[in-house]
Design a protein around this ligand. Sequence first.
Ligand SMILES: [Zn+2]
Length: 483
Amino acid sequence: MHKIAILFVTFFLSLGCAEREIDTMLVIKNVWVVDVKEGSLLEAKKDIWIKGDKIVEIEDHNEQTENSNVKIIDGSGNYVIPGLWDMHAHPDDPEMWRMDPDGASRDQLMPLFVLYGVTGIRDMAGSMEVIKKWRTKIKSKELIGPDIVACGPLIDGPNPMWDGSVGIADLNRVKPMIDSLKNSGADFLKIYSLLPDSIYFELSKYAKQIDFPHVGHVPLTVSTAEASIAGMKSQEHLLNLLIDCSTQADRLYAKEVDYGNITDTVDKYVYRNELMLDTYDAGKARALYETFVKNDTWHTPTISMWYKNAYFEQEIVKDSIHFKYLPKYMRDYWKPKNNDHLQNRLPKIIAVKKKLVDAYKELIGEMNDVGIGLLAGTDVGANPLCFPGLSLHYELQLLVESGLTPAEALRTATLNPALFFEKEAVQGSVGVGKLADLVLLDANPLEAIENTKRINAVVLKGEVFDFERLQEEFAVVERSVNR
Ligand SMILES: [Zn+2]
């Protein structure tokens, strides 16, 4: 207690704002701390002292709290983990702009992240203006929302897939385009699928030169190994990975598959994917993994996005209870008749999608075993049943089903994002000097990853959302989206 006592004296002596500073002192008492790095609980129950937005002390639990000016949270029976990060989020998804033209209801997504324990997101496409507006509102507490690290617009080929992307076909435009995105406040670059390979390689070269990270979809004409060597810092959705593991990779890339007498487009889709799966080669996979490890290439599998799509018909039954928290434009876009990702639900297409999910889960397990850095991401936005906040818990569960231990899965949303952003000094674990972004759970997530959903309280930069307040805020969201 000595250090704390000294802190108090300092506060009383400091002029003017002394009282306000003491008001910001908070202690969470008698909690089990989950050490995400070690994958274990700290050996005894702790009291966690928070001043402002930082953890200032963690000590063995002490029944007494000497100073009455401290706000006390009783954490007995709780397990505390760091605030979670969703490393692939689209709260301002350009794919849905046409459903919500004035953008008025997009703000309603922000609180949901926090209420489900997600205190940070990596925004993977959208308008920097919207991001800046959110950051301002969140900082001034006009809006409850997570930390946002963002790329701004997608960088795609000359005929971009989605609204709001930067389409680029001219090598001479690469440098000015990157410079202008950087100047607009983007934290990194996000590459999209239709970017021509020549442009991609030019872009990756310049991005490296100016030390500006690029991540994203490995373009359709680039292999995952080439993107890894070119310095793509994180690859998303496991795209192109199964092609690269196939003995028929060259033909699959060149779109020179011999379809024999198959003429129907759906049958061709099925044939092509089955060929890719049937020609999986473990040796090619191992060589690829070595490339990723060597180049420090992270992967964001977004397995819950693939899963919810493949199993949409069964999952919507379970998930419909959560629709009451979604803005109307999102509920509308998730209806099969409106949704680009839910066209053509023929049984043979669904069967292929389910096989792909199984294959992805195997890849994830193997990649984890060889030490490739994995990031938890949900693709929340236009993709059906990828809910703000809630989906992160689905992702963690599916990562465990893919072979990760609960501790490893937890790391993909806590320590790994911190390492990825090179911010482990201030985030990613529960420790002194770290941001007070915390989630208090009613059960131990190391025993069962599902326990991350048993949220008792969330602490966002030192602001406490206890169980009662969480329920109130959910009710506020529900009222605002159904107005
Ligand atoms: Zn995405």
